[in-house]
Design a binder for this molecule. Structure first.
Ligand SMILES: [Zn+2]
Length: 303
């Protein structure tokens, strides 16, 4: 994959933080600006914050375009939000592309944040040099995306790669964010770790705290993390046989905690024809979304 050949601005709109970055033609982040996302104040305030951060970077971007990765399902045709969780109240239905283009006075491209992260990782991170990469992101929730020849396969409704709702044997009667039961996200996500620990111990703590307790040797936490990691690894092994990628990348805040169990289950479940498909930790950490969004903006400028 070649670089886009110009500087662009990438924006990552998350439920708690918004990050804007000036991204060089080779995928290097040159400058960052960040702020708390005013999610509770509604979509207009969220858009104002994103635009304000990006505006400070535009002079250095020349006439470079702006790309946005955001939580929620993005309509590929309009760049509006089709569906979003409660992390961004009122975000569903927001025409993000049009609103930000109006505020910034230049073209804006919008994509789901996990899709952007997969694009960033395949361009300048752990998937560099591979034509076909599957990325899963284990954060508060669980997301995924497939990149082929430098493009995200977004699917018919912009939701391709939504691995959250695969049936997972270990998830039992845990409730998924979609409202159904026994799905992978109910097991392998920050909320899944928290729910699993509450079932085990009766104690309500965050997924991050469950991971920290597991690292410190807490037996119940270790069990919850091991089950989550194993469920994810088995699911990824199955997905590899369907999608036949060159590599699988695991990103997100809970990735490090789950990786040992995920790697073991993945290796145990993977059929012989795919044993050379590596499972790798993502490489760009918090920059993956802005890097991928900037890449998308440059790639689609002429479309
Ligand atoms: Zn679900």
């Amino acid at each position: 994959m070649t670089g886009p050949g110009r500087v662009a601005v990438g924006i990552d709109v998350g439920g708690t933080k918004t990050l804007a970055a000036l991204v060089a033609a080779d995928g290097t982040v040159l400058r960052r600006r960040r702020a708390d996302t005013p999610a509770a104040a509604g979509p207009a305030a969220v858009l104002d914050t994103a635009a304000g951060l990006a505006a400070g970077l535009l002079p250095a971007a020349g006439d470079g375009p702006v790309g946005v990765g955001t939580a929620g399902t993005v309509d590929p045709a309009t760049g509006g939000i089709r569906y979003a969780t409660d992390s961004l109240p009122g975000w569903a239905g927001t025409p993000v592309t049009a609103e930000l283009a109006g505020r910034l006075g230049r073209p804006v491209r919008v994509v789901n944040d996990v899709h952007a992260a997969a694009l960033g990782e395949s361009w300048a991170g752990a998937g560099r040099g591979r034509a076909r990469v599957l990325l899963v992101s284990v954060g508060t929730g669980l997301g995924g995306a497939l990149v082929r020849q430098g493009r995200v396969d977004a699917g018919a409704r912009g939701a391709a790669g939504a691995v959250a709702h695969l049936s997972a044997p270990g998830a039992g009667r845990l409730r998924c964010g979609c409202g159904r039961y026994g799905h992978l996200e109910a097991l392998a996500s920050g909320t899944g770790l928290a729910a699993g620990y509450a079932v085990e111990t009766g104690e309500r703590i965050t997924g991050r705290e469950v991971a920290a307790r597991a690292a410190a040797g807490d037996a119940a936490a270790r069990g919850v993390v091991a089950r989550a990691g194993a469920g994810l690894g088995a699911a990824l092994a199955g997905l590899v046989t369907v999608l036949d990628p060159e590599a699988v990348l695991v990103a997100g805040g809970a990735a490090e905690a789950l990786l040992p169990a995920t790697t073991a289950a993945y290796a145990a479940e993977l059929p012989a024809a795919w044993v050379d498909v590596p499972l790798l930790p993502a490489g760009l950490a918090g920059d993956a979304v802005v890097v991928g969004a900037a890449r998308l903006a440059v790639d689609e400028e002429g479309d």
